[in-house]
Design a protein around this ligand. Sequence first.
Ligand code: HEM
Ligand SMILES: *[C@@H]1O[C@H](CO)[C@@H](O)[C@H](O)[C@H]1NC(C)=O
Ligand SMILES: *[C@@H]1O[C@H](CO)[C@@H](O)[C@H](O)[C@H]1NC(C)=O
Length: 522
Amino acid sequence: MAMEANYSLFSPFFFITLFLGFFITILIMRSRSRVHKQRAQVLLAPLPPGPPRLPLIGNIHQFVGGYPHRILLQLARTHGPLICLRLGQVYQVVASSVEAVEEIIKRHDLKFADRPRDLTFTKILLYDSDGVGFVPYGGIWKQRRKIYAMEMLNSRRVKSYAAVRVDAVRKLTAEIARKAFAQTPVLNLSQMVMSTINAIVSRVAFGDKCKQQAEFLDLVQEAMSYLSNFSVADMYPSLKFLDTLTGLKSKLEGVHGKLDKVFDEIIAQRQVALAAEAACQAAEEDLIIDVLLKLKDEENREFPITSNCVKAFIMEIFLGGTETSSTVIEWAMSELIKNPKAMEKVQKEMREAMQGKTKLEESDIPKFRYLNLVIKETLRLHPPAPLLAPRVCLETCEVMGYRVPAGARVLINAFALGRDEQYWGSDAESFKPERFEGSSMDFKGFNFEFIPFGTGRRICPGMTFGLTSAEVALAHLLFHFDWKLPQSMKIEDLDMMENSGLAAPRRSPLLVLAKPIIPLTE
Ligand code: HEM
Ligand SMILES: *[C@@H]1O[C@H](CO)[C@@H](O)[C@H](O)[C@H]1NC(C)=O
Ligand SMILES: *[C@@H]1O[C@H](CO)[C@@H](O)[C@H](O)[C@H]1NC(C)=O
């Protein structure tokens, strides 16, 4: 009874509890009210501006028949450096200025370090996004980036692939020299360069004894051709069946099924080869697939590497690393052919620096200073992935005074940044490698106006590997041959538009004539 009395309305205990409770509540409210005020302000801030929307489809119609990076560049010029579109059910925010990128990559980096998780392509082709590029930000992603940096593409290993690169590029050179004297000397350089890069990547991934290489590459090509298709379901996440209706899903699943079977065969072969090598303790060299298979067998990893993960890694290397690298070569050649002065300068420098030597090695490349500027200028005007890779906003936040809602997809328009007169002057659209002369401006992710490999935590982990292949190929093409367009074509007629899918290669293939100048020697 005495206990009950303590809880009666008039007991001193009750008043003390009430007072303390009140006091503590006030304290908590005061300390949180500042945070709340900020959050309330964020929630009240308007969405970034953008063009008017239609019911149901939002802004989808604006992309019909055009190239997304060019359309978004125009929209940024009209509506500002941070715009918001509505594509079906999703918000699509696009950043096109240094300030906007700074806010996303520096100020709010963790809130934008994630990728959309439910894209049809990555779900199907990348084993439910089980590689690196579309893994949610966090422990698993960190471990996999470490595999890239420490095991797969560390600088020692990238160097160790030099022999593979030079071998493939010499084959290309020999083929061009042979065709130069053929009846139909016009070269489809885009195609030749692409197959050279494919040869390099598949050689370091699978080795040169891989029987399935041709089949695998054909399937990758097919998969990539679907990537330029517009996935309707990606814009209506609650209506996933849409991709089934359009037939995209079944096409992707078809090619994925075939790829998966080829993967299984390749893996089985490598496992036999690895066991044999282990028995005689004579590892040939480190193929990327071997590196991954060894990690797969490792026990007590915090996040185990499964076979699907190995396959997704390899898929990403092909999807993210082949077309991007060959694009750099074809655009550099296109720009040089269009700009004969720069062509003459780069060839003269290289041929002089070689001092009569006729066999080019990777170690010669650092001597070619102007070539380096040519590559930078090419990456500025023709970033192979013009919109980088999509990110997603994890938590509603304020960017440049606007509200970016949680769940919005975010693109950074590297193409627009590279052509903005604000940063590059009134000749931003012209090809002038000299603009990088004596400048510290680089593409490693610190100068936001120049980010062909992206920036921040999600920056491309294959930068050195991709770039080295492009450099070696370009150096050989320029050193050994002089180039011109087929007779009937004038420089002004050369189409300089890009296509857009996963990468932005030339819209029409680069067709050229090569004149052998320095013979290829053994
Ligand atoms: C010239 C060649 C290449 C270019 C221009 C390029 C460009 C890019 C870009 C723009 C991104 C997105 C970065 C961001 O979101 O900020 C990216 C990501 C990525 N790239 Fe590359 N790339 C190239 C070569 C390669 C190669 C050769 C590989 C593999 C061997 C590769 C693997 C990846 C992966 C795995 C990611 C995702 C990283 C992540 O989300 O954590 N790339 N690349
Ligand atoms: C050049 O090669 C591409 C494939 O890379 C092909 O689609 C195109 O038809 C070829 N063009 C000519 C004129 O040979
Ligand atoms: C993908 O796009 C190509 C050309 O734009 C078209 O021919 C093809 O039918 C499309 N495929 C699907 C599955 O939508």
